[in-house]
Write a protein that binds this ligand. Structure first.
Ligand code: SF4
Length: 419
């Protein structure tokens, strides 16, 4: 298989400048990789890309490519200019689910890279916007071979199309002191339960899970997932006054006032004359700012759990939506707790499957039908702690909500009376 070296004056421009260039990477595959098949594929890929730049047109078209037993997970790419660039005429992408928290061993990575160099182009993205490992560039035939091989040693395809998509969780407690939940366990519970819904696209549109261990929300779950699980705490923030004093000695009082105290969105934190910090916990909205600036002095409380939000996505047809609290706080300490979160997810997906219009995400569906109806549909009682934007818009304020608020007060009274 002979490689063709196409002239690429426009692409060459992209190698100039201070940043690593993907064009240099393609050229290394073309010129230095020991496998002639990969040299040829990369050569024609560069040729087609230059042609696209010249003509300002894309030449990849979709189609249907799948592996046995699966309805998704492959992004088919067939070239419309295959006659001129035959070696890259089929250049499909496989989405492969990463481990929770993206923890890999080098052995695993080497094994994956070896399989991909055997069956694909050698190009990989860790990780695509969807959270998947993207294996970019293989033929229809090799799609099956590559999948069979990696599946044999434990990897599975991710979601593509109208289905439950590949989930993501942050790196979590293993490397982060702010973690309030076992992110990786939550992700595994959700993914393992909905594997069939990942592989067989049967929903009105995509449905994404993302799990963040604390309100810093490093996987952007609040705006990038239909079902966001975010770690938080219910008791008081921990304050280590010795570490506060140490911090002040190093940085000065005015630094703390300018960078911590005055930046609190709810004025919930104050610095006393004796260089101690006081937190007005009921008014702290867990924005995480003060904890991030003073991680040794301030930390999440001991009563940890998660908040579940639904319907986030930017940008939707109706604009940007942040996730909406449907469970303000739940502890995840026992197997039953994990079962409960899976149950809420399952109810949400079933309701979405039955009630959403085609090409409508959960957030849009809820906007259309009303949150009360959605909550009723998934069997969750309305709670005034369900807020859209903290401190700005409690749902319980008008119209049908007054009735729901009344029910909530009634429930609380009954709970109190029952002891
Ligand atoms: Fe204020 Fe945010 Fe710190 Fe809470 S976490 S006290 S809201 S700065």
């Amino acid at each position: 298989m002979a490689k063709t070296i196409h002239d690429t004056p426009m692409l060459d421009e992209l190698e100039k400048g201070p940043w690593p260039s993907f064009i240099s990477g393609f050229k290394r595959l073309r010129d230095e990789h020991p496998d002639e098949r990969i040299n040829a594929m990369a050569g024609d890929l560069l040729g087609q890309l230059e042609h696209s730049y010249e003509t300002r047109k894309g030449y990849w078209k979709g189609g249907t490519v799948s592996v046995f037993g699966y309805g998704g997970g492959i992004i088919p790419r067939f070239s419309e200019v295959a006659a001129a660039f035959p070696e890259s005429k089929e250049f499909h992408t496989l989405r492969v689910q990463p481990p929770a928290g993206n923890f890999y061993t080098t052995d695993m990575l080497n094994q994956l890279a070896d399989s991909w160099e055997k069956h694909g182009s050698g190009l990989v993205t860790f990780h695509g916007q969807t959270g998947n490992i993207m294996f970019i560039g293989t033929t229809t035939e090799n799609t099956q071979h590559f999948f069979d091989e990696i599946n044999e040693y434990g990897w599975d395809l991710g979601g593509a199309g109208p289905c439950v998509r590949t989930a993501m969780s942050c790196v979590g407690a293993a490397r982060c002191e702010q973690s309030c939940a076992n992110e990786n366990a939550i992700q595994r519970h959700l993914v393992n339960t909905f594997t069939d819904d990942v592989h067989r696209p049967a929903l009105p549109y995509k449905f994404k899970f993302k799990v963040s261990g604390c309100p810093n929300d490093c996987v952007n779950s609040i705006e990038r997932s239909d079902f966001a699980v975010i770690g938080t705490w219910a008791d008081d923030m921990k304050v280590n006054q010795d570490a506060v004093k140490e911090f002040i000695e190093k940085k000065g009082r005015s630094y703390v006032i300018d960078n911590v105290i005055t930046r609190c969105p709810t004025n919930a934190i104050s610095l006393k004359d004796d260089d101690t910090i006081e937190v007005d916990n009921p008014n702290c909205v867990r924005c995480m700012h003060c904890l991030n600036v003073m991680p040794k002095a301030l930390g999440p409380g001991d009563d940890k759990g998660v908040t579940v939000l639904i319907g986030g996505k930017r940008t939707l047809k109706i604009g940007d939506l942040m996730g909406t609290f449907i469970v303000p706080f739940m502890r995840l300490n026992t197997a039953e707790d994990y079962e409960r979160i899976v149950e809420i997810a399952s109810e949400s997906i079933d309701f979405f499957a039955e009630n959403a219009l085609e090409h409508e995400r959960t957030g849009e569906m809820i906007e259309r039908i009303g949150l009360v109806n959605f909550l009723e549909g998934i069997g969750i009682d309305v709670d005034p702690n369900m807020v859209n934007s903290p401190r700005q818009s409690s749902y319980v304020r008008m119209d049908g909500w007054d009735e729901e608020a009344e029910k909530w007060f009634q429930r609380k009274l009954e709970e109190k009376a029952a002891g």
